[in-house]
Design a protein around this ligand. Structure first.
Ligand code: GLN
Length: 473
C-alpha cells in the first residue's frame, strides 16, 4: 500500500498508470482519510456513494484523462448530485443535491473522484470556519488555531496532505485567506472565469469558485478543467487556457507593484518574508498606491450583505431543508429561519435588508456601487504601470479559536486585503511562501503572498508563481 499523505496529482497518475487497482486503492484510502481527518475535522462527510459510482464510471475511460482516479474534496456549498449539501447550516441539514454543479460535472468528466464535502462558515460567511453549525476545523499547523475561512475545510484537507486538490468559493477572500493560513495555493479566478452553476449563492456579483492545491502544476491543471463559459451561468465566459506547458518559457519581464498602503503597518516578520521572496525572483518591483484600498472593506460590507440578504430569502422552510411546523405560512417562514440560521447569517440578513430598504438604498447601496467602480478604476490604472500587484493575503497569522468571535468587526478586518479583488472582479492567487514563528513562540505558522492581475490574466499570475517556485527550489 502506498503512503497516502501528501500525494500529488502526478503521484496518483503514476500509481494508476502503473497498474494499481482503483477499487483496492479506494477501499483503504477512504479508511485512512477518515482516520487522518480526525486530527483536523476538515470534512463534514465523505461521499462514499459518489466514490463507488465514479470508480465504476472511469474504469471504462482512458487513464490519460487529466484527473483519472485523483481524489478531490469539495466545499459543502457546491452541489454534488445525490450527496448532502448543507453549506454548514442547520437550515439545510438534510438537503440532498438534485444535480451536479458544473465544476463537479467537469471534474467527474476529467476522471476525478469526489471523496468528500468540506466544512465551512455557514453560507460562506466568516473568516475562521467557526461559524459552521456542525464542526470546528483545526489548522493543520496548530490544533489550537483556526484554518481560516470560509473555505477552511477545503484548505485544511489539502494543507494536511489528505487530498491533492479541493474546491472552495471566494466572495471576499474565502479561498485565499484559508489558503494562506494552511500553507497552500488558493486561486480566486476572474469573475466569470468559472461557472457558478450549482454553487449556493452568497453575494452573486462577488462569488467565484476556485481551487486549492499544494503544487502549482496541480492548481493550473484543475483550473483548466473547471474554467470556461457555461450556458447555465450567463456571467461565465471562456478566458485563455492556463498555458501550463509554457509556464517555463514565459518572459521574465514581469514588473511588480507593491501598494504602500498594505506594507506600512504590516507585522515586520510577515513583511520581511514577503520582501525576501520578491527579491529572490530578481524581478523589478516598484511601490504603488491604491487610494481606494482603505475604503474597500466598507464597500464590501455593504454590497455583500445586501446581495446575501436577497439570496438567502429562498430558505423559507418550504422549498428546501428544515421546515418548522406552524398553523400559518408566515409562522412557518419565521420559525424555520429562526431555528435554521446561525447568528452571523442573521446579522447579515438584517444588515442587508436595512441597506436595501426604502430611503437607505441611495445612501448606502448606491454609494457603495459608485465606490466599487472607483476601486476597479484604481486597479486598472495601477495595472497599466505594473503587470502584477503583490500584497499580503492576510494582515495576521492564523489566530486562535474564539480570539475574534465576540467582535465581528475584528473578524471582518481579516478580509482587509482580499475583498478588493472581488469588488474589482480581477483574479488573485495566494502563494504559500513559508512558515514563521508567532510572537508567542509556539508552533511555526504559514504566511501567504497575494498576487493580483487584470481581468483574465491568470497566466501572468501563474508565471510569477512559477518564477518564485524556481527561485526557491
Ligand atoms: N470572510 C469574508 C466574509 O465573511 C469573505 C467570505 C467569503 O469570501 N465567502 O464575508
Amino acid at each position: 500500500m502506498p503512503e497516502f499523505k501528501n500525494l500529488t496529482v502526478s503521484d496518483f497518475k503514476k500509481l494508476f498508470l502503473g497498474g494499481y487497482d482503483l477499487n483496492d486503492f479506494y477501499s483503504t484510502y477512504l479508511d485512512w482519510l477518515k482516520a487522518a481527518d480526525e486530527k483536523i475535522n476538515g470534512f463534514l462527510y465523505l461521499t462514499e456513494k459518489t466514490v463507488a459510482q465514479s470508480i465504476a464510471e472511469i474504469k471504462t475511460k482512458p487513464k490519460t484523462l487529466p484527473l483519472w482516479g485523483v481524489p478531490v474534496a469539495i466545499k459543502d456549498a457546491i452541489l454534488v448530485k445525490s450527496e448532502r449539501a448543507t453549506s454548514a447550516s442547520k437550515i439545510l441539514e438534510n438537503f440532498i443535491a438534485p444535480y451536479d454543479a458544473t465544476v463537479v460535472k467537469k471534474i467527474k468528466a476529467a476522471g476525478g473522484i469526489i471523496v468528500g464535502k468540506t466544512n465551512m462558515d455557514e453560507f460562506a460567511m466568516g473568516s475562521s470556519t467557526e461559524n459552521s453549525a456542525f464542526k470546528k476545523t483545526k489548522n493543520p499547523f496548530d490544533p489550537e488555531r483556526i484554518p481560516g475561512g470560509s473555505s477552511g475545510g477545503s484548505a485544511a484537507v489539502v494543507g494536511a496532505g489528505l487530498v491533492p486538490l479541493s474546491l472552495g468559493s471566494d466572495t471576499g477572500g474565502s479561498i485565499r485567506q484559508p489558503a494562506s493560513f494552511c500553507d497552500v495555493y488558493g486561486l480566486k479566478p476572474t469573475y466569470g472565469a468559472v461557472s457558478r452553476y450549482g454553487l449556493m449563492a452568497m453575494a452573486s456579483s462577488l462569488d467565484q469558485i476556485g481551487p486549492f492545491s499544494r503544487r502549482l502544476e496541480d492548481l493550473t491543471a484543475i483550473f483548466d478543467i473547471i474554467r470556461g463559459a457555461d450556458p447555465k451561468d450567463s456571467t461565465s465566459q471562456t478566458g485563455p487556457a492556463s498555458n501550463q506547458t509554457n509556464l517555463n518559457k514565459i518572459k521574465k519581464k514581469l514588473k511588480l507593484g507593491l501598494p504602500i498602503e498594505c506594507f506600512d503597518d504590516l507585522d515586520p516578520k510577515i513583511k520581511n518574508l514577503i520582501l525576501e521572496k520578491i527579491k529572490s525572483t530578481g524581478l523589478e518591483w516598484v511601490e504603488i498606491s491604491l487610494n481606494e484600498l482603505a475604503q474597500s472593506l466598507a464597500c464590501y460590507y455593504l454590497i455583500m450583505p445586501a446581495e446575501a440578504s436577497a439570496n438567502l430569502a429562498r430558505y423559507d422552510g418550504i422549498r428546501y431543508g428544515l421546515s418548522a411546523e406552524a398553523d400559518e405560512i408566515w409562522s412557518v417562514y419565521k420559525k424555520s429561519r429562526r431555528r435554521g440560521f446561525g447568528q452571523e447569517v442573521v446579522r447579515r440578513i438584517i444588515l442587508g435588508t436595512f441597506i436595501l430598504s426604502h430611503g437607505y438604498y441611495d445612501a448606502y447601496y448606491l454609494k457603495a456601487q459608485k465606490l466599487r467602480q472607483k476601486i476597479f478604476s484604481d486597479f486598472k490604472k495601477a495595472l497599466t504601470r505594473v503587470d502584477l500587484i503583490l500584497m499580503p493575503t492576510s494582515p495576521s497569522l492564523p489566530f486562535k479559536f474564539e480570539e475574534k468571535t465576540s467582535d465581528p468587526l475584528a473578524m471582518y478586518l481579516s478580509d482587509i486585503y482580499t475583498v478588493s479583488a472581488n469588488l474589482a472582479g480581477i483574479p488573485s492567487l495566494n502563494i504559500p511562501i513559508g512558515l514563521i514563528e508567532p510572537p508567542e513562540r509556539t508552533k511555526k505558522l504559514p504566511v501567504g503572498l497575494q498576487v493580483i492581475a487584470g481581468l483574465f490574466e491568470e497566466n501572468k499570475i501563474f508565471s510569477f508563481a512559477k518564477i518564485l517556485e524556481d527561485a526557491n527550489h
